[in-house]
Write a new protein. Structure first.
Length: 254
């Protein structure tokens, strides 16, 4: 097992425009995967929060804004926080609405008052911090009662180690060492426990997997991510999973 502190979060300061353009880097996997994750999030938000009011959304560890920028085009009032100044600059550059409020901040100490947001998202993020429960507590603190928390992370088992860490290192060039660390992956039942202890109830989880049929011979030979590489939802939570939790509404004593 690897040491927890090995996680390489510095790499997000080196990507620049490559967040949006590179295919010879694992960031292309994140970008392609977001094409399946974002519609899932949007569908759930619209179903569960059909209010006419402008929803206030916080994207924690927003990176270069794949989700934040898309949510802003849907008319939501979006805030994005991340530790990586460089990534936030790229995110702002690709925000066609020019309305997302990007801010450098640490997810352990969100710079917002309690009960501010209708929706908080943390996509491909909780496995990048050593104390994910502390982040979940912060998420719950800033969520309004009844607010929604969307997450995406990786399960912790040897199959996930082989596919998400080793196979990616083998198949995609420029994969930095310790981009992911097995010990920081999170079992679905652990994440559910963190949510429960922070007054949030998990409503749904779904797996997400690569469509291996979209791998091409050229991509294998060049060790790049195919431009049409796609992901699909799957019932299995074995590798990578998305989820949705709701902040409990305080019961008023009769
Ligand atoms: C894999 S990227 C995910 C980016 C984005 N959520 C997405 O799905 O495209 C992880 C991000 O977490 C950020 N990060 C790591 N630790 C953080 C922390 N303690 N607080 C805020 N952001 C952090 C990194 O800078 C990086 O942008």
């Amino acid at each position: 097992m690897e040491n927890k502190s090995l996680i390489n979060n510095e790499l997000y300061n080196t990507l620049g425009e490559r967040w949006y353009t590179a295919f010879d880097d694992p960031v292309a996997l994140l970008r392609q995967e977001s094409k399946t994750k974002i519609p899932w999030v949007l569908e759930k938000v619209k179903a569960l929060k059909p209010s006419a009011e402008k929803l206030k959304v916080l994207d924690v560890g927003c990176g270069a804004g794949f989700l934040s920028n898309r949510l802003a085009t849907e008319g939501f009032d979006v805030h994005g926080i991340d530790l990586s100044h460089d990534s936030l600059c790229v995110a702002a550059k690709y925000d066609v609405t020019r309305k997302v409020k990007y801010q450098e901040a640490n997810a352990y100490k969100l710079p917002f008052a309690d009960a501010q947001f209708d929706v908080v998202t943390a996509m491909d993020f909780l496995e990048h911090v050593e104390d994910p429960e502390k982040v979940v507590q912060e998420v719950s603190r800033v969520l309004k009662p009844g607010g929604l928390f969307f997450f995406h992370t990786f399960n912790r088992n040897w199959l996930a180690y082989l596919v998400i860490i080793k196979l990616v290192e083998f198949l995609v060039k420029n994969t930095p060492k310790h981009m992911h660390v097995l010990n920081l992956f999170i079992k679905p039942e652990e994440l559910e426990r963190f949510c429960n202890r922070s007054q949030m109830q998990v409503l749904e989880m779904t797996g997400i997997r690569p469509r291996f049929s979209t791998i091409t011979l050229k991509s294998l030979l060049t060790r790049t991510v195919p431009e049409n590489f796609a992901f699909a939802l799957t019932p299995s939570l074995k590798l990578s999973y998305l989820g949705l939790a709701q902040k409990k509404i305080d019961q008023v004593a009769p």
